[in-house]
Design a protein around this ligand. Structure first.
Ligand SMILES: Nc1nc2c(ncn2[C@@H]2O[C@H](COP(=O)(O)OP(=O)(O)OP(=O)(O)O)[C@@H](O)[C@H]2O)c(=O)[nH]1
Ligand SMILES: [Mg+2]
Length: 259
């Protein structure tokens, strides 16, 4: 029995949302990976439909992390600054290619005095969103340090990175163009996908989070397929009288000659 409410109609993804800038994208395919599409059609997505993927949002104080999450999750915007103390989180449920998929968005504090508490929640992230203010170059310069801190708690090869410039409404087109040049360079260096958003106007906010959901989902399904493929091809189940676990696979045990 499914006790969860149905996924909101505006959280249903039938196609892969596209990147903002091709020069700084995690990938530029038009569609989901063919193996992912096929697995979803055949409902071979394993545990992905029951999983909640953790996404952490980091960056300098007052760059607009909380407003970004609130614009997407609650469609609200507060012009008054209220610092996040420690962490906060929101759950968002999606349906991607017919499969339920949930994101847990962790909003962390940018203020130095709360950073210590916030960093204890970094572990286990599948995606890291590093936010900077498009109108404050220092906040872009600090993104590498935020990333380094977040990666201390996570496996760099298993995490998707997004670099997000905020408060786009406050820059003129000329100022924006200048900042974007620098931001694209940083994004390429750290291998992150670049986005520019405004939580005040809502520009690109929905597109951005849909892209995060889609790419995290895709990575999860691919990992699941790899796991189930490895189980089918490589493993031999060992039924050994000494083994309490009958499902211990031969590949994990040392061969007799090495014991
Ligand atoms: N004009 C404009 N102001 C914004 C935007 N996003 C956030 N702000 C303002 O920037 C200030 C800080 O926003 P927050 O979202 O609280 O910043 P934060 O990154 O969560 O800050 P900490 O919790 O201290 O780390 C608030 O006064 C917001 O109203 C935006 O897109 N445009
Ligand atoms: Mg905040």
């Amino acid at each position: 029995m499914n006790i969860l409410a149905p996924v909101r109609r505006d959280r249903v993804l039938a196609e892969l949302p596209q990147c903002l800038r091709k020069e700084a994208a995690l990938h530029v395919r038009k569609d989901f990976h063919p193996r992912v599409t096929c697995a979803c059609q055949e409902h071979r997505t394993g545990t992905v439909g029951f999983k909640i993927s953790k996404v952490i949002v980091v960056g300098d104080l007052s760059v607009g992390k909380t407003c970004l999450i609130n614009r997407f999750c609650k469609d609200t915007f507060d012009k008054n600054y209220k610092a996040t103390i420690g962490v906060d989180f929101e759950m968002e449920r999606f349906e991607v290619l017919g499969i339920p998929f949930s994101l847990q968005l962790w909003d962390t504090a940018g203020q130095e005095r709360f950073k210590c508490i916030a960093s204890t929640y970094y572990r286990g992230a599948q995606a890291i969103i590093i936010v900077f203010n498009l109108n404050a170059v220092a906040s872009l310069e600090h993104t590498k340090q935020w990333l380094a801190d977040a990666l201390k708690e996570n496996d760099p090869s298993n995490v998707l990175l997004f670099l997000v410039g905020s408060k786009k409404d406050l820059s003129t087109p000329a100022q924006y163009a200048l900042m974007e040049k620098d931001a694209l360079k940083v994004a390429q260096e750290i291998k992150a996908e670049y986005w520019a958003v405004s939580s005040l106007t809502g520009e690109n906010v929905r597109e951005f989070f849909f892209r995060v959901a889609a790419l995290t989902f895709e990575a999860n399904v691919l990992a699941e397929l790899e796991k189930s493929g490895a189980r089918r091809i490589g493993d031999v189940v060992s039924i050994d009288s000494d083994d309490s676990n009958l499902y211990l696979t031969a590949s994990k045990k040392k061969p007799a000659c090495c014991r």
